[in-house]
Every structure is written in C-alpha cells, then in structure tokens.
Design a protein around this ligand. Sequence first.
Ligand SMILES: [Ca+2]
Ligand SMILES: [Ca+2]
Length: 96
Amino acid sequence: MKKTIFAASALVTLVAASAAIAQQGGGRITFESLDTDGDGVISKEEFMANFNPPGRNGNPPPDPEMVFGRLDADGNDEISAEEFENRPQRGQAPPQ
Ligand SMILES: [Ca+2]
Ligand SMILES: [Ca+2]
C-alpha cells in the first residue's frame, strides 16, 4: 500500500517537473521557442511576443528590449541562430 502511494506521488512530481520545463522562464528559453514562424531568425516582433521571463529572487524581470539588443550582436533587428548561440552570458562582459 505504501509503495502505491509512493509511486503515485512520484508520478505527480514527474508531471509537475515536465510542466515546469515546458514553461518558459525556467532558464530554458530555446531558439526554436522564440522563432515562432520557423524562418531561422528571431525577429524583434517574435522576441517581444515570446520572451517573457518572470522576475527571480525578488528582482524584476529583464527588459526584453535591452535583452534583444544584447543578443542582436550586429544590430540588424534580427537574432540569428549564431547570435543566439553566442549570446553573452549573465555577468559576462559583452564582446567588443
Ligand atoms: Ca522568425
Ligand atoms: Ca542580428
């Protein structure tokens, strides 16, 4: 009996974890999740519509406009897969 209860609660935990991963904001924002029309680049419109992270640890969420500017290294108002992959990490100085 105890074993059944354990298995059921483990399943609930697993489902909850999957839901959390599926949601944006857990640090798992992927290129594909932002490139909603699948043309291989993230337009500013796509970014603004889909980049919506929650604030963390009591901090307000980052300003999407500012984040877009950091990702769009060549400033053409689109984020390519390469720019996304090479994005500056938190706490790291942007490349000169
Ligand atoms: Ca696109
Ligand atoms: Ca660009």
